[in-house]
Design a protein around this ligand. Structure first.
Ligand code: PGA
Length: 259
């Protein structure tokens, strides 16, 4: 069992900057053996991640993918291309993609299928737009998850990312709230798909060093997905080193299936 600690740089870091970033981060987390670490850089830097992270304890991946494997889709990138670059993870359905590109739950499900078809693990982002009562939040998330019932649970990670907690000016959701939502997501998912108790659920949204410990201390929180604060590799490394008394609530099988 191990926590998953990862970051997306979003549309930040050129490949030159990415190389420096990864060299620094790799060295800072060289001693981390009990957590699974990953970094998602822009498409243009994934080859750099393969170059700089091969042989390290840090995995890499992409922030998006096209659902089809090849064809006339100018500017898009397929799962086969990402698999060829050694990606382990592909993020799908982030709020900013839904907002900027009108991505729907149907498209997200098709992307998940593509990612899994190529042997990678999909990190599917879910979350409510604004602060709402727990029941309403869970209903909204269940709708986002409804199309995933036939996907491969061994290659799936859920990222709970409440939209109101993402981005500059926002603050991370309270750990107790995150714990309650994760428990509700887990219960809903298990009701929907038997075997879903092994799917890791990680939290993202303004995560920083100050919040990491409390968030990871919640029983249902299997890891953290860091955004802007991870643009400083020292901060991401500090989060990766966060000491926590409890272990994540996921099954030991997960390590094997995402390896
Ligand atoms: P943020 O981004 O940490 O900058 O809020 C988190 C995310 O969008 O995953």
């Amino acid at each position: 069992m191990s926590f998953l600690i990862g970051a997306s740089s979003k549309m930040n870091l050129t490949s030159t900057q990415g190389a420096t970033y990864l060299d620094t981060f790799r060295e800072l987390v060289d001693d981390v053996t009990d957590r699974e670490l990953f970094v998602l850089l822009p498409f243009t830097s994934i080859w750099v991640a393969r170059d700089r992270l091969t042989g390290s304890n840090v995995r890499w991946g992409a922030q998006d993918v096209h659902p089809e494997d090849s064809g006339a889709h100018t500017g898009d990138v397929s799962a086969s291309m990402l698999a060829d670059l050694g990606c382990t993870y592909v993020e799908v359905g982030h709020h900013e993609r839904r907002r900027d590109h009108g991505e729907t739950n149907e498209l997200v499900a098709a992307k998940v299928e593509a990612v899994q078809r190529w042997g990678m693990t999909a990190i599917v982002c879910v979350g409510e737009e604004r602060r709402l009562p727990l029941d309403t939040v869970v209903e909204a998330i269940d709708r986002q998850l409804g199309l995933l019932t036939s996907c491969d649970l061994r290659r799936l990670i859920l990222a709970y990312e409440p939209v109101w907690a993402i981005g500059t000016g926002a603050q991370a959701a309270a750990a107790s709230w995150v714990g309650r939502v994760h428990a509700a997501i887990r219960a809903g998912l298990v009701g929907l798909v038997p075997g879903a108790q092994t799917v890791p659920i990680i939290y993202g949204g303004s995560v920083g060093v100050a919040d990491a410990r409390a968030l990871l201390g919640q029983p249902g929180v299997d890891g953290l997905f860091v955004g802007r604060q991870a643009l400083d590799p020292h901060v991401l490394a500090a989060i990766a080193h966060t000491s926590v008394a409890t272990m994540p609530g996921m099954s030991p099988e997960r390590r094997v299936t995402t390896a």
